[in-house]
Design a protein around this ligand. Structure first.
Ligand code: IPM
Ligand code: MN
Length: 366
């Protein structure tokens, strides 16, 4: 029986990278006996253009009937002037909320072949392997009241950062469970010297930590964490934090590893249902040129396989995808984003990178 996957390519480079990821998913799945049936739906700016809204109920319904969702990116200059309540990004936030995707896993690990691509010195980044566990459906992104009031000269805008203890508890458990299959260390990132929400987080995280005596816990203020991440990134194993801090720190973690173009993510609901997407955005400046890096989307496929198809060979297929990506990078192939400033080296395009990974997958079988 074919497994249903919803593709949400979205805007900008989303469609090009998603197409390469889809090809890799088909090939890696086939090797372990998985067959997929794809439905492609609109989200973000393209949905605004076609239907006047960034996310339709039909799309949410299709996702709910699928085994997993693979998303590209949303947004672009065309829709930038729109109010936040109707922008493309609202589609992404809407689908996270509608599908209950509260746990965002953003692994940032350095590929040995790319240690020199980081803006940091190689000895600092070599061996970095961290996982940002970001709360994704609460906090200031969704808190009410929010809005604007007043006329020019007296304009005011406000957002609310709010967390219920159960939201903190469930994401904390996800982080501790992840730590158990990694290096057994969790850093909770907060701003408890200023924010009440952070004080609640510290309390609840401490309580949940008692369920995991085998995992070490540290609390770290978000500002000093931002500093420590560039100073000693190897210190971090699992980072757990609220929505906005996680948004910012996961971009920082990505850059430490060399390029935002490399980082995958999984957004999971209770029960393990997930949406998988590259951390990078829609990169409108390079969209449609076939020069985008599809490796973040391709690695998101690895996360999809191991999460959604754990019992049907998914872990093996995911390992094969990662091995293929490593082989392609070790062989020296690079998309433009992976070059150092001033580096002279031939680059490959988006589709070509997809072909290379498919080739390596094929060779890896023998
Ligand atoms: C991300 C993005 C989104 C976010 C935007 C596009 C709404 O930056 O997934 O990190 O802020 O969560
Ligand atoms: Mn972000």
């Amino acid at each position: 029986m074919a497994e249903r996957i919803v593709l949400l390519p979205g805007d900008g480079i989303g469609p090009e990278v998603t197409e390469q990821a889809r090809r890799v998913l088909v090939a890696a799945g086939r090797a372990v006996g998985l067959e997929f049936e794809f439905t492609t739906e609109l989200i973000g700016g393209c949905s605004i253009d076609a239907h006047g809204t960034p996310l339709r109920d039909e799309v949410i319904a299709a996702c709910k009937q699928s085994r997993a969702v693979l998303l590209g990116a949303v947004g672009g200059p065309k829709w930038d002037a729109m109010p936040v309540s109707v922008r493309p990004e609202k589609g992404l936030l809407g689908i996270r909320k509608a599908l209950g995707l509260f746990a965002n896993l953003r692994p940032a690990a350095v590929f040995p072949a790319l240690v020199n691509a980081s803006a940091l010195r190689p000895e600092i980044v070599d061996g970095v392997d961290m996982l940002v566990v970001r709360e994704l459906t609460g906090g200031i992104y969704f808190g009410e009241p929010r809005g604007r009031e007043g006329a020019k000269g007296a304009r005011r805008a406000f957002n609310t950062m709010v967390y219920d203890e159960h939201e903190v508890a469930r994401i904390t458990r996800v982080a501790f469970e992840q730590a158990r299959i990694r290096r057994r260390h969790v850093t909770h990132v907060h701003k408890a010297n200023v924010l009440d929400t952070s004080q609640l987080w510290v309390e609840v995280v401490d309580e949940i930590a008692k369920e995991y005596p085998d995992v070490e816990l540290a609390h770290q203020l978000v500002d000093s964490c931002a500093m420590l991440m560039v100073q000693q990134p190897k210190k971090f194993d699992v980072i757990v934090t609220e929505n906005l801090f996680g948004d910012i720190l996961s971009d920082e973690a990505a850059m430490i590893t060399g390029s935002l173009g490399m980082l995958p993510s999984a957004s999971l609901a209770t029960g393990g249902f997930g949406l998988f997407e590259p951390v990078h955005g829609s990169a409108p400046d390079i969209a449609g040129k076939d020069i985008a890096n599809p490796l973040a989307a391709i690695q998101s496929v690895a996360m999809l396989l191991e999460t959604a198809f754990t019992e049907s060979g998914g872990a093996k297929a995911a390992a094969a995808v990662r091995k293929a990506v490593t082989a392609v990078l070790d062989a020296g192939h690079r998309t433009g984003d992976l070059l150092l400033p001033g580096e002279k080296r031939a680059t490959v395009g988006c589709k070509q990178m997809g072909d290379l990974v498919l080739g390596a997958l094929e060779r890896g079988k023998s």
